[in-house]
Ligand binder design. Structure first.
Ligand SMILES: NC(=O)c1ccc[n+]([C@@H]2O[C@H](COP(=O)([O-])OP(=O)(O)OC[C@H]3O[C@@H](n4cnc5c(N)ncnc54)[C@H](OP(=O)(O)O)[C@@H]3O)[C@@H](O)[C@H]2O)c1
Length: 300
């Protein structure tokens, strides 16, 4: 049984990990910016003020770094872009310093398939070139800060390049559910852009796979082998909810509402292949979108 510390544990992926690790008998600790209850296994930190309150005598086997301000929570002003960067890069550096006295064996640090930029039709693996744009440079710098951290701690590092993590409880799918249930869903732009996705259950299983396989290190795409274009995603979700998808949103309107975020997140194409997961023997419980959505939406 492992001692696991998770930053950003209160988020979508973190909550699912905490529940799974607790029921598997691991001892889970978390880092949060909210005031933690005494003896809850939560430690307080405030990366903007460089405060981190991990007791000095605590040693963790695994540290999972998920903290970061929501990428899609608002338009990207210059100030907001700085917050998005600081909340990932400064916090990773702070975490590394706090762990220096008792380094873990393994650091799993979040990243995103956004690192590949707008890949068009190209099938992207971990060895593909990084792309351009704000999201790619954010992911690049976030990974670089985790690499420095792992070098200093002399620990194994996995860089988890998440695609869109699907859960009815939040994230992209959580936000789409209401309009789709009202029959107001629709493709984004021409709907030809690729979406790389993974169900929350498989994302948690993939993270456990990284923990359990000591030989895996470096970038790992956390996506299924079956990315879909946005049009197919829209039709599949609408079919499973038994609703029409009546309202395509044209690119110009997305740009008007969301600004730069529209081109880099909603209209950008990421056709990503989970090469590293597959070659290390990982199997998906829900490899197709239909299976994943049925599983997620029937559970709710
Ligand atoms: N979900 C996806 O589809 C997806 C896809 C690609 C990449 N990722 C990346 O994976 C990570 C985890 O994803 P998620 O969906 O679980 O994220 P999430 O639900 O937005 O949760 C992130 C957590 O980070 C902490 N946080 C927020 N703002 C912060 C700040 N300014 N400074 C420090 N901590 C802050 C919060 O914890 P406290 O309030 O408790 O401090 C929050 O619960 C994120 O960094 C995200 O960018 C996610």
């Amino acid at each position: 049984m492992a001692k696991i510390l998770i930053s950003g544990a209160s988020g979508l992926i973190g909550r699912a990990l905490v529940a799974t690790f607790n029921s598997a008998g691991h001892t889970v600790f978390s880092l949060t910016r909210r005031s933690p209850k005494p003896d809850s296994g939560c430690f307080y930190w405030d990366p903007t003020r460089r405060i981190i309150e991990i007791p000095l005598d605590t040693k963790f086997d695994v540290v999972i770094n998920l903290a970061g301000e929501g990428i899609a929570n608002g338009r990207w002003s210059k100030q907001r872009k700085q917050h998005l960067r600081d909340s990932r890069i400064q916090s990773t550096k702070l975490l590394g310093k706090a762990l220096a006295a008792s380094p873990p064996k393994l650091l799993l640090s979040a990243s995103a398939t956004g690192i590949y930029g707008n890949g068009g039709e190209e099938l992207l693996s971990e060895s593909s070139q990084e792309g351009g744009g704000f999201l790619a440079s954010l992911a690049h710098d976030w990974e670089a800060s985790a690499q420095v951290c792992a070098q200093e701690l002399r620990c194994r590092l996995c860089l988890m390049r998440f695609g869109v993590v699907l859960s009815p409880h939040g994230g992209a799918l959580g936000q789409m559910l209401l309009p789709f249930k009202l029959g107001l869903g629709g493709r984004f732009g021409n709907g030809r852009q690729w979406m790389s996705w993974i169900g929350i259950g498989d994302a948690v299983r993939a993270i456990s796979h990284l923990i359990n396989n000591d030989h895996i290190q470096g970038p790992v795409n956390i996506t299924t082998p079956s990315p879909v274009i946005n049009l197919e995603f829209t039709h599949t979700l609408a079919r499973i909810l038994r609703r029409p998808a009546l309202l395509p949103i044209p690119a110009f309107l997305l740009r008007l509402i969301f600004g730069e975020l529209a081109d880099q997140l909603l209209l950008s194409s990421a056709r990503v292949h989970p090469s590293r997961l597959l070659e290390t023997g990982f199997t998906f419980e829900a490899p197709t979108l239909e299976e994943a959505l049925c599983r997620l939406l029937m559970k709710k």
